[in-house]
Write a protein that binds this ligand. Sequence first.
Ligand SMILES: Nc1nc2c(ncn2[C@@H]2O[C@H](COP(=O)(O)OP(=O)(O)OP(=O)(O)O)[C@@H](O)[C@H]2O)c(=O)[nH]1
Ligand SMILES: [Mg+2]
Length: 629
Amino acid sequence: MTRHVVVGTAGHIDHGKTSLVKALTGIDTDRLPEEKARGITIDLGFAFLEEPGGLTIEIVDVPGHERFVKNMLAGVGGIDLAMLVIAADEGVMPQTREHLAICSLLRIRGGLVALTKTDLVEPDWLELVRDDVATLVRATFLQGAPIVPVSAKTGAGLPELRQALRRLAESVPERAVDQLARLPIDRVFTVKGFGTVVTGTLAAGRLAVDDRVEVYPKGVEAKVRGLQTHGHPVAEARAGQRTAVNLQGVERAALERGDVLAHAGTLVPAVLVDGTLELLPDAPRGLKTRTRVRFHAGTSEIMARVLLLDRAELAPGETVFASFRLEAPLVALPSDRFVVRSYSPIVTIGGGTLLDVDPPRFKRKAPALVAHLTLLQTGGPEVVLEEHVRHVGAAGVRLAALSGRVPFGPERLRGLLDALVAAGRVLVVDRDWFLHPESGSRLRALVVGALAAFHRAQLCGEAEVHQHGCPVRSNDDVRRRQVAEHEALPMEEGQGRAQPAIERERPRQVRRFADPRRTPRAPDVVVVFAERPARKQLHRVPRHPLAQPFVHDFHDAGVIDAPERQDLAAKARNGALGRKTHGLQRHAPSRLRMLGSVHDPHATSAEHPTNPIRADALRRRNVVDRAAA
Ligand SMILES: Nc1nc2c(ncn2[C@@H]2O[C@H](COP(=O)(O)OP(=O)(O)OP(=O)(O)O)[C@@H](O)[C@H]2O)c(=O)[nH]1
Ligand SMILES: [Mg+2]
């Protein structure tokens, strides 16, 4: 059995972190010529210790200089344990505190303090510093942790330090390999004859040679040509391992630190994330809503605006729910920790836990959002999952979209979904498309309403119909009969899903939910009508399976699901698609008409800025909303 535990150094500049790592492992982690010349660490360095019993202690050496805290953050994002290095002659200094605060915010589970340079001080001075350190770490994750006096120069205390590290490492629970594989990239370079190589600590899951991978958020796909750990080729890398990945089919220039390597199509880049936010008790001032901050998660640093959900200002020491509007896409999963630094001066002010990544857009002040986040924060896995499905409303959610938004791996997700479906708490629309039962019944009523209104309008006069560009029906009797039958028909039990009776006259509601001019937000479902020549086209359009009964009744109406279009919109936002492929634009408007769009009144998602079906666009394309006409 092999195990990998990652230890990160932390501490003020020149306190002897790099020297200590070298004394422990024999590896000089300062690689850059500039680091050698200046005698300081600028960027991350990596070393390792091999212990008996298959335990490998991976060490990430970070810079102590206050200007390079950004690099330090990229290094400690993936560590299990912290080794806080404090020089005995200088004692506690500013970055000692800042690094300790960062490790606390990241919820590093444990570690130790190495009191270095003991060769420079008298024993009674050492005792004073020891007391100081004990005070410093009181009420932090290092309270009661070993404080080990060492000297990198004389080697005194090194065996004790190594033993303490091993003991701590053995107590670290193993990382989950059944979760989505994720490698936050910390270095990118090229190797002659091999091409592009990225390195990082594999945060979760496993990665194997020949895997199809994707570099997020850029959406660059590649193949794993080779894997190395500690300079040795391996067939598979597991969570916790320092891993170098040789990628086939991607240019070095396309990648950078902060990107995330994972299997293709598994993660969701987000420009909006929700979570908890705690402001450090010693933050210089309160944090006002809409303040611009630096948001650090994994190896990435992204500018963001904080939106406090239930107040205008957060006082030091307080914790709230907050949203972050990011200026570049973030690739993270719920339950990831993050750190927030102020824009200027650049100091660490707080951090928190992600609860929802890429959430459906809410009316921002809705208390529903706080209730939703509370559920995500406190609920068990089943509750969290049901909440995600319920929360998207009538649009439903695809498995692929879910897997990037929940903190459990794909197999667990499948199992939980199966259990929820069996318990009737989630409906399967399609094999991998899910809907909450509450939304299901609302949706059915709304679609029936929109279609019934349309067909009623069809009967009200050929002239008007013609004027609005709808096809003239040759056989009114047939239509009338169809409509009458449809309206009289109590819906049958279809494939295990209860069908409610048809909604009768609800003109106001139909108008409200079907008129895109009044509801600029993206519809949850679009009801379309296909002229005969477009029938084939309609079949190629993803159609909402819940619409099947109506399609059978009317032969010519179908329902396009909005999630498909929103996926496309999301891709377009990330530059992966041209504008032309946006939803309905692909289909000749003269052949495929939108006759209604259905908004779920209970869904809390608010206006969708990338909604491709805007009222003016509809008018320009002469697509008439018949249900509203
Ligand atoms: N006497 C003595 N000097 C030490 C010891 N450890 C480190 N030093 C010296 O302290 C200086 C700084 O050591 P580094 O290991 O580079 O310190 P660092 O914490 O890595 O510094 P940054 O990475 O720049 O934050 C060097 O000149 C080392 O030789 C020690 O145990 N005893
Ligand atoms: Mg150093």
